[in-house]
Write a protein that binds this ligand. Structure first.
Ligand SMILES: [Zn+2]
Length: 338
């Protein structure tokens, strides 16, 4: 019985202590001096097309209005951020060029045509740049997701993105969930996309983005073995220059973000919340693996329960859990000692 009590006490003290340590660590990371936000976008949607009814696009998350994107670029400029591509960041890390007072990296996943049509001119007009993680042979799931609203760039359009001053990275060949693939298929997705994109663009392709959350140690190892210098996946939060950029965290910019929310994402305090929420959302995948984790996540964070996990409600849930914890400890102490 005594052993059970000791174990119970250890659990009661240990689990919250670990959570507190994790929170302190994340808080410290987000307040580091060498922080550099890497923003993650997907598609852009033309506000003029929406307003005129030429386009119906009610995707709530994975797109940003072109007008909002322009305002965000203006804000970055006004706030003194220099936009860097990932080669520039690597050069800074190697000490070959000085770090700007404030640096930011803009990334686009999947390589949508809207990024070439709407995004590239906005970036060019301001002398800013971005990285596009492109797909050479997108699968039907991926092309089907945006049918009627957008499409994945053709090979010629990928070249056009580069000619517009954007940097091309790889997002695999097909957009498969890499952690589900056997070793030979994984190798093909990672290595062949690097080689064929380099042939297409005439430049080395050193930057990879793991599609659809399919992150595992084997995937990161394959990316490293293929010779990539950076790799982003599902990790959230602000990157640091001193990090290993093969596990690059990013900050997701989504359609529902207001101008104030966007400005907030660049600050340590809001980026902290973004990272904590991002990590909490990964718990199902960490506990049950990619396949079951995804199913559980779609239930937990889908339309039915998703509102519970908004920043405002998470604060309440954490407070409630904290209060419950204090009550439970008080109850146990009173039973044992009083
Ligand atoms: Zn993707």
């Amino acid at each position: 019985m005594d052993v059970m009590w000791i174990l119970w006490d250890a659990l009661l003290v240990g689990v919250p202590a670990l959570v507190a340590l994790w929170l302190v660590r994340v808080w410290g990371r987000e307040h580091a001096s060498d922080r550099i936000p890497v923003l993650c976008y997907h598609r852009l949607t033309s506000k003029a097309d929406l307003d005129s009814g030429r386009l119906v696009d009610d995707e709530p998350v994975w797109t940003v209005l072109d007008t909002e994107f322009a305002a965000q670029l203006d804000h970055l400029q006004e706030a003194g951020y220099e936009t860097l591509d990932l080669d520039a960041v690597m050069a800074i890390k190697r000490g070959e060029r000085p770090a700007p007072a404030k640096g930011v990296v803009i990334t686009f996943d999947d390589g949508y045509e809207s990024v070439l049509r709407l995004g590239a001119p906005l970036l060019q007009a301001r002398g800013q740049t971005a990285v596009v993680y492109a797909l050479l042979q997108p699968d039907s799931y991926t092309t089907g997701q945006v049918e009627g609203v957008d499409r994945i760039c053709t090979h010629d359009e990928i070249v056009a993105l580069q000619e517009a001053g954007l940097q091309i990275g790889s997002h695999s060949m097909t957009h498969a969930i890499l952690s589900d693939l056997p070793a030979d298929k994984l190798k093909w997705e990672v290595e062949t996309s690097r080689r064929e994109l380099a042939e297409l663009t005439g430049r080395t392709v050193d930057h990879f983005c793991i599609p659809r959350g399919g992150v595992s140690k084997a995937v990161v190892d394959a990316v490293r073995a293929a010779g990539y210098q950076t790799c982003s996946g599902r990790a959230k939060g602000t990157a640091r220059l001193s990090d290993d950029w093969l596990e690059l965290p990013r900050i997701a910019v989504e359609r529902h973000h207001t101008a104030a929310a966007f400005r907030g994402l660049l600050t340590p305090r809001k980026a902290f919340v973004h990272k904590v929420l991002g990590d909490l959302r990964l718990i199902p995948t960490r506990l049950f693996g990619a396949r079951w984790g995804r199913k559980l996540r779609s239930v937990l964070y889908g339309p039915a329960l998703g509102w519970l996990f908004s920043p405002r409600h998470v604060k309440r849930l954490l407070l409630l859990a904290g209060a419950g914890y204090v009550l439970a400890v008080a109850h146990l102490v009173s039973r044992r000692f009083l």
